[in-house]
Design a protein around this ligand. Structure first.
Ligand code: GRF
Length: 215
């Protein structure tokens, strides 16, 4: 069973989706710990209630990013994970950190990458007038919100949407695709080949979820 550490910064609903999938027997991983960079992250209480070890490495107590990254990596490595899952983790991680976890560091981003990297993705999608939006799970590389795509879910942008309605529609799909991506990792089915993810034993459409009627 793959050993997993989840990093959060806030609400932790993606973390919760992973915990729920595991509890339902649909995610064959051990969740060794949940680590937050913010002591007030609501997700810490959720993780604790699920009986998972929690830690906080408060970025504000470090002089710079390198010292924070080193402390975070030391904390993570104490749990010897096979996979590190960024689930709404809102700190940019340095190149050394990312390289240390190459091939075993996943992120979820609320857009169809490479469109809309960075913050405020839903607001920007609405401002651009795109008709399709969504979310992406990818392996992390040193470039921000970039790296081999594992799975994406697409949703329509509907007339009358605002940032909140669009975010909610995307988030529902985040909660579907993150457990799926982690499950594939747990099953050893993901290989990165020339910057693209190959899914062993893939059936047509496995890496994409299109939700035409999602509300
Ligand atoms: C999600 O939309 C995630 O894609 C983004 O931040 C949000 C975190 O939500 N990176 P939660 O903490 O998982 O509820």
């Amino acid at each position: 069973m793959k050993n997993t550490v989840i990093l959060i910064s806030g609400r932790g609903s993606n973390m919760e989706a992973l915990i729920a999938a595991r509890a339902a027997g649909a995610l064959p991983v051990d969740i060794a710990a949940v680590i937050s960079n913010r002591p007030d992250a609501a997700g810490l209480a959720t993780a604790m209630a699920a009986g998972i070890a929690v830690r906080c490495i408060d970025h504000k107590t470090f002089a710079g990013r390198e010292a924070f990254d080193a402390a975070l990596a030391a904390c993570i490595d104490g749990f010897a994970p096979d996979l590190v899952v960024l689930a709404g983790f809102m700190r940019i991680l340095g190149d050394d950190f990312v390289r240390h976890y190459a091939g075993r560091l996943m992120n979820i981003h609320p857009s169809l990458l490479p469109a809309f990297p960075g913050l405020h993705t839903h607001r920007r999608a609405l401002a651009e007038g795109v008709r399709i939006h969504g979310c992406t799970v990818h392996f992390v590389t040193p470039a921000l919100d970039h790296g081999p795509v594992i799975i994406q879910a697409a949703v329509p942008v509907l007339d009358g949407d605002d940032e909140a309605t669009l975010a909610a529609r995307v988030l529902r799909q985040e909660h579907r695709i993150y457990p799926q991506a982690v499950r594939w990792f747990a099953e050893d089915r993901l290989r990165v080949d020339g910057g693209c993810v190959r899914l062993a034993g893939a059936r047509a459409g496995d890496g994409v979820l299109v939700v035409p009627e999602a509300r």
